[in-house]
Design a protein around this ligand. Structure first.
Ligand code: OSB
Ligand code: MG
Length: 385
């Protein structure tokens, strides 16, 4: 018999499980194609994976921190130290019944959301396995298939961009997002629109502009974009509010949305009409669900963002994308767009019509390939009782 009774209503405290062991490792994976944003180019990923052991069961997590502090202040190296010095001592030997308790333990910690999410999400992953239910159901998801979009980086030339867009449109993706920066903006978008007048198109500037660029930003209104993501400062919600008053295109915020509180303030200030929700950036599933629920209740469009995740993080994004408020395509796409070989089996695939079918099996439906992960591990550390 399973040592873990199913979590029921009421008596959850009786179903406590104890964190006996935490493993963190760094894997190294080359991208099939470089990914370039206004802040720089990534050719290969260094990814921190977490593995939590409770009474023989295992939960997996993936940290979305990048290699450099350019998207967020967090990096894989700061996350490693944060987990080692602060989070591991908090969790090891601790009993819990619901994964949201783990986010409560971390509540006094300021910042370091991506490090926290890598631990908390592994606890959600473990809980789904232990209760013998799909992770998406544990999260409260309802969608049986999710619409997918792609994020296409800055290319070496316009022809290369058009070729990439053709590949993704032909593959069935339901929304194309292209990265922009000064010098790779209006002319490029005009060119794309000339070739694809009707596709759902959005742009992401990753904070490459300021209000001094208002005339250029106003000109984007002519391209019928679904949204412009993060045009201004990475931590700003004030200038974005001013900009939203002056442009018709919907602003979507990404970088500054690090908590429910930030999301609420951005929405109340009308700094954006759309929110890109990233699991790592907000500290994990507990906070992500709160932000989703807030947006759903207030009729704010919300979609699931991506951070070039390998299969574990990708499978968590897929599970989250089944929450009913996610009504427009997210940056959740097939493994093969990023990695020749993904760390999960099966790899994530997308149907011809641009949807991912949600697996109904226990956990995520994407199992970590332990042997392969071991082979590409460059460092590992274990914390136990
Ligand atoms: O701004 O959404 C972003 C990747 C790394 C850092 C920031 C961003 C992105 C993406 C890629 O746009 C989304 C994906 O395909 O995973
Ligand atoms: Mg973005």
């Amino acid at each position: 018999m399973s040592p873990f009774p199913k979590g029921g209503k009421g008596g959850e405290r009786e179903n406590v499980i104890k964190i006996e062991r935490l493993e963190i490792r760094e894997i190294n994976l080359p991208l099939v194609h470089f990914f370039e944003t206004s802040f720089g180019r990534t050719e290969r990923r260094r990814i921190l994976l977490t593995k939590i052991f409770c009474n023989g069961a295992i939960g997996y997590g993936e940290c979305t921190a990048g290699e450099t502090p350019l998207f967020s202040h967090e990096t894989i190296d700061t996350a490693w130290i944060m987990i080692k010095e602060t989070l591991a001592p908090i969790i090891i030997g601790r009993n819990w019944a619901a994964p949201s308790e783990v986010s409560q333990w971390f509540q006094p910690i300021r910042g370091h959301q991506m490090a926290r999410a890598a631990i908390e999400n592994a606890c959600w992953d473990l809980t789904a396995r232990v209760r013998n239910i799909p992770l998406y159901k544990l999260l409260g998801g309802t969608l049986k298939k999710i619409p997918c979009g792609v994020s296409i980086g800055i290319q070496d030339n316009p022809e290369q961009l058009l070729e990439k867009i053709k590949t993704e449109v032909d593959a069935g993706y339901r929304r194309i997002k292209i990265k922009i920066k000064p010098g790779w903006d209006c002319d490029i978008i005009r060119l794309v629109r000339r070739h694809y007048p009707d596709i759902q198109l959005s742009v992401d500037a990753n904070s490459a502009y300021t209000l001094a660029d208002i005339d250029l930003l106003k000109r984007l209104d002519e391209f019928n974009l679904l949204m412009i993501e993060q045009p201004l400062g990475y931590d700003d919600i004030i200038d974005h509010s001013e900009l939203q008053k002056q442009i018709k295109t919907a602003i979507c915020l990404d970088e500054p949305i690090t908590s429910l509180d930030k999301a609420r303030k951005a929405i109340e200030m009308k700094s954006c009409l759309i929110i890109n929700l990233k699991l790592g950036r907000v500290g994990g599933f507990s906070e992500a669900i709160k932000i989703h629920d807030y947006c759903y209740k207030n009729n704010i469009l919300v979609w699931c963002g991506g951070m070039l995740e390998a299969g574990i993080g990708r499978s968590h994004n897929i599970a989250m994308s089944t929450l009913p408020g996610f009504r427009i395509p997210g940056d959740v796409s097939a493994s093969k767009r990023y990695y020749k070989e993904d760390i999960v089996e099966p790899p994530v695939t997308v149907n011809e019509d641009g949807f991912i079918n949600i697996s109904q099996v226990t956990g995520t439906g994407y199992e970590p390939r332990e042997d392969y992960i071991e082979r590409i591990t460059v460092r590992k550390e274990v914390f136990s009782v």
